[in-house]
Design a binder for this molecule. Structure first.
Ligand SMILES: NC(=O)c1ccc[n+]([C@@H]2O[C@H](COP(=O)([O-])OP(=O)(O)OC[C@H]3O[C@@H](n4cnc5c(N)ncnc54)[C@H](O)[C@@H]3O)[C@@H](O)[C@H]2O)c1
Ligand SMILES: *[C@@H]1O[C@H](CO)[C@@H](O)[C@H](O)[C@H]1NC(C)=O
Length: 258
């Protein structure tokens, strides 16, 4: 609007736009280099110094009944957290709870189907009544069809999107308002390296994980723009980990490569 009053002035509009574009590009390149250097330096700082103190926090982990979810539950227990464990597999979840108790932490388990939005909301209400607040929410549960796209049954494609992507929306809708009110909280989305690159035989899985990455990044920007500097998000993109999830999958590098 301001510019439109001065079109007759010495600097014409296209030239201004070009300068503005150049300035923004240079700023973007500056940030890119800055964050690269920061990441390289941080890679040499031990996690014990760099990591935040989570003692006393309440941590909710979805898909806690096996694999990475179980390992995280035990680790958070050792760090002095209270655990809230969600899984569709009750016996797997109870096994994890036993390990959490053995590590000396208090724990509650909930049997919930993450492909069902209503079930998620109902379970979230129960959690709020039982433990009042959740400080760290880890969206970890995930499934894989593991077939070529045209061989993947419709219902499995749908379920993959529901568990790996949609469930993140519903758990965040349930627990983010409390975090924002207190300006304290952390949402962790376990995506995958398949959320950054397409992979043969993983069409629906990759689509669901790309979505999880995009959700995390956008939510982080939203929180930043709203000045919620106490609420964070982290997206995790692991390579193959031998939990049984990708049993039979072949890669040129084995699970210990990285
Ligand atoms: N294992 C890998 O190589 C690897 C690599 C990259 C990313 N990931 C991701 O890490 C996360 C954990 O993977 P994992 O290897 O530990 O898997 P896993 O199969 O060992 O555990 C997944 C857990 O989620 C639960 N679950 C599945 N569907 C559910 C539903 N509808 N409702 C509630 N719970 C449900 C399962 O019962 C199981 O306990 C997943 O999101 C996965 O996509 C895994
Ligand atoms: C549920 O968990 C138990 C205990 O870990 C495991 O033996 C069983 O295979 C799991 N069931 C399913 C359907 O994943």
């Amino acid at each position: 609007m301001f510019l439109s009053l001065h079109v007759e002035d010495s600097v014409d509009l296209p030239e201004m736009a070009t300068l503005e574009f150049l300035k923004e590009t240079l700023i973007a390149i500056f940030y890119l280099i800055y964050y690269w250097i920061e990441a390289i330096i941080l890679a040499f700082v031990p996690a014990s110094i760099r990591g935040k103190d989570v003692a006393g926090e309440t941590v909710l982990i979805t898909g806690a009944g096996s694999g990475i979810g179980r390992l995280m539950a035990v680790r958070f227990a050792q760090l002095g957290c209270r655990l809230v464990l969600w899984d569709i597999n009750q016996s797997g979840n109870e096994e994890t709870a036993q390990q959490v108790k053995a590590a000396g932490a208090s724990v509650r388990t909930y049997t919930v189907d993450l492909s069902n939005r209503e079930d998620i909301y109902k379970c979230a209400e129960k959690v709020k009544q039982d433990v009042s607040q959740v400080d760290i929410l880890i969206n970890n549960a995930g499934i894989v069809t593991g077939k070529k796209f045209l061989d993947s049954p419709d219902n499995l494609i749908q379920k993959t999107m529901e568990v790996n992507t949609m469930a993140h929306f519903w758990t965040c809708k349930a627990f983010l308002p409390g975090m924002m009110e207190r300006n304290h909280g952390h949402i962790v989305n376990i995506a995958s390296s398949a959320g950054l690159l397409g992979v043969n035989g993983l069409c629906d899985y990759c689509a669901s994980k790309f979505a999880a990455v995009g959700f995390d990044e956008s939510l982080r920007f939203e929180l930043e723009m709203q000045g919620k500097d106490g609420v964070h998000t982290t997206v995790v993109c692991p390579f193959y980990i031998s939990t049984g999830m990708f049993e039979g999958a072949k890669t040129r590098y084995d699970a210990n490569f990285l």
